[in-house]
Design a protein around this ligand. Sequence first.
Ligand SMILES: *[C@@H]1O[C@H](CO)[C@@H](O)[C@H](O)[C@H]1NC(C)=O
Ligand SMILES: *[C@@H]1O[C@H](CO)[C@@H](O)[C@H](O)[C@H]1NC(C)=O
Ligand SMILES: *[C@@H]1O[C@H](CO)[C@@H](O)[C@H](O)[C@H]1NC(C)=O
Ligand SMILES: *[C@@H]1O[C@H](CO)[C@@H](O)[C@H](O)[C@H]1NC(C)=O
Ligand SMILES: *[C@@H]1O[C@H](CO)[C@@H](O)[C@H](O)[C@H]1NC(C)=O
Ligand SMILES: *[C@@H]1O[C@H](CO)[C@@H](O)[C@H](O)[C@H]1NC(C)=O
Length: 533
Amino acid sequence: MRDGGPLGRAGLALLLMAAGAGARSRPAAHGDQSRSNVVLVACDSLDGRLTFFPGNQTVNLPSINFMKRHGTVFLNAYTNSPICCPSRAAMWSGLFTHLTESWNNFKGLDPDYVTWLDLMEKHGYRAQKFGKLDFTSGHHSVSNRVEAWTRDVNFLLRQEGRPMVKLTGHRKQLRVMETDWQNTDKAVNWIKEEAVNFTQPFILYLGLNLPHPYPSPYAGENFGSSTFLTSPYWLEKVNYEAIKIPKWSSLSEMHPVDYYSSYTKNCTGEFSKEEVKNIRAFYYAMCAETDAMLGEIISALRDTGLLGKTIIIFTADHGELAMEHRQFYKMSMYEGSSHVPLLVMGPGVREQQQIPNVVSLVDIYPTMLDIARIPVLQNLSGYSLMPLLYEKVEREASPRGSRPSWVLSEFHGCNVNSSVYMLRTGKWKYITYSDGSSVPPQLFDLTDDPDELTNVAIKYRVIVHSLDKILRSIVNYPKVSSSVQEYNKEQFISWKQSLGHNYSSVIANLRWHQDWLKDQKKYENAIDKWLGK
Ligand SMILES: *[C@@H]1O[C@H](CO)[C@@H](O)[C@H](O)[C@H]1NC(C)=O
Ligand SMILES: *[C@@H]1O[C@H](CO)[C@@H](O)[C@H](O)[C@H]1NC(C)=O
Ligand SMILES: *[C@@H]1O[C@H](CO)[C@@H](O)[C@H](O)[C@H]1NC(C)=O
Ligand SMILES: *[C@@H]1O[C@H](CO)[C@@H](O)[C@H](O)[C@H]1NC(C)=O
Ligand SMILES: *[C@@H]1O[C@H](CO)[C@@H](O)[C@H](O)[C@H]1NC(C)=O
Ligand SMILES: *[C@@H]1O[C@H](CO)[C@@H](O)[C@H](O)[C@H]1NC(C)=O
């Protein structure tokens, strides 16, 4: 869909007919006539609330709207861990974070882990992937991993650059995030030049980096900035009037772990309303650019007559707080960070359907196997979405019983100085920390308090008690928290040993160097104390 013009309803009916005709003229391989192609477009950092009202008032997202009109949108889809690598590990493995032990951006799945894509390929699908994957171990910067390992150390250092906005290019400039566009072009070419002639069904994965803010340079003139970058072309798609300025608790009222997050993200200083509004506007503009990439994929499928026999899934690894709760990035259980978009369209998928059930990214794995008719042989954390999506449910209920009424999200990485567990069910969001008793829990009523500003954990003790019981039946979380603490220490010690005499200078010059260099001795001592020296 070039330049935001989504296909009309009549247009889709026409192209579905055309696709049907194409299918008849090209015989499919034996047994594969009825298996759909699948295209999964997974972007980064897209706040799921933008895909429905009132989030969709802030920016025009024509491709997402197209998928909503011709498919199904999930209103309560969550990440299983609000940071890149652990979230992607959950999506590619179908298992909760504590089961794969993908604790932070440095620790994901083993490189030889068998994903749904591998299984689909093994069962006759042509498989192709482009762009950001980021679910295996060993990546991301040294700063990032050291920050994650040392989160239990009793110090407070600013790690991230203060968020800022930057306008680039001109009024006609569509392509800002060049790498994503190159990957989108590759996927489009693959559809037009290869997939179009396949006799087997295919699975195509496109991973986008947008709308993730652009990284903060470690040093140099732009040091200290995490940049929301866009061109006037995209900024014009944003409705400034509809942008909400988030309410913040005062610094002294913040939950202690939120305060740690806000501080390490360099957001505890003064921000004017205008500054916050601009950050949000630029973020939405970046979402519009992402939407246009999704549009290119939909157009390519339409142009090749494949749209009618392809299931398209659009989602993200996590959201973006864009200054809600005095934070940017994710790593938080608040809605902006943990709520992801999830839209599905394609043959048999109900049109214009909005599904309120809570679902999460671990559901992608069994859904893929379900589409490809591959039996599920292992215990997965997720459940297939197909029964929710389809007009007619042909298959029997899963032998594991029906989908539970809750979803689980957990976080063990940087910028949060405790392991966090979130259970979302009905109108409640229950968040508990560490061993369950040393840090106060939070309970939010998302119906009465969608902005999550009033913690009602003390008021509704009975509810907290019953939600905590459910949580403990899923995961022995005090035990998980302490094994993460041990893992962090072990990793830190071996990293320290590998540096030999250079340790003091290396640790002083990570991203937190501005603060660290003010009192090196104090921070090194804090680390020694944590290591039990
Ligand atoms: C926003 O979403 C609501 C609910 O899904 C829908 O009725 C409305 O048409 C959408 N508006 C826009 C501008 O997409
Ligand atoms: C934090 O923000 C201030 C500006 O408010 C900036 O001078 C400083 O460099 C930032 N710190 C880091 C670690 O980026
Ligand atoms: C696809 O197959 C058709 C018919 O065999 C052929 O004409 C066409 O060149 C092929 N397209 C590509 C991109 O290979
Ligand atoms: C996290 O950091 C905050 C701010 O320094 C502190 O008040 C709190 O006690 C810390 N919590 C844990 C569990 O370490
Ligand atoms: C699945 O879990 C059940 C119960 O925990 C266990 O008995 C069974 O062996 C597991 N199956 C596989 C394939 O892991
Ligand atoms: C310490 O730094 C020096 C100079 O950069 C380097 O040559 C040496 O290999 C480093 N030592 C270790 C153990 O990393």
